[in-house]
Every structure is written in structure tokens, then in C-alpha cells.
Design a protein around this ligand. Sequence first.
Ligand SMILES: [Zn+2]
Length: 98
Amino acid sequence: MTDDLPAGEMKYSFKAHVQAHGFAGDLIISSSTVNDLVKSIKLLEHAGITPTTAAPHATGSTPVCPVHQRPMKPSRRPGSFYCSAKVGDNYCQEKARQ
Ligand SMILES: [Zn+2]
């Protein structure tokens, strides 16, 4: 028992959108130590559970900004998308067409 651990009970939780065996959903891991949390996350890989955000291919119809890795928003022009992230005082210039 070390002295530098907090006396109160600590809770760590980790939420991710995952997919496994054809199913997708939110996964929440709760743990009382960071070490257990990391171990739990590593076990997911062995169980065949993968985070959906790690998938390199776009499954949906919404393009993802290559700079900010976030879904783009549809612009007023049909079939055209823009990134709503801010770069300095301006919006991101990345655009995509379908
Ligand atoms: Zn962007």
C-alpha cells in the first residue's frame, strides 16, 4: 500500500462506440484503477470488439474531414459537404462531394 494513492474511491469510466460480430453500440467500461481500465480495453481486442472510429473506410454517406477526422456537414448545395471545424478565425477549408 503506497501513501500517494487517493483515500477516496476513484472511478474511471471509458465510453466508446464499438462494433463486434456485426453489432454496433456504445460500450462503457468502469474501473476503480487506471491500470484495470487499460487492461479491460486491451481485452476488447481479444474478444473481437473494435472501436468503430478506427475503421479506415467510411461506411456511412457522410464524408470525414481528412484534417480533423470528424464528420462533415452537408452544405446548402446538394451532394456537397463542408467541415465545421475552426482553423484560426476561419472555418476549415476541406470540402467533399458525393
Ligand atoms: Zn476539417
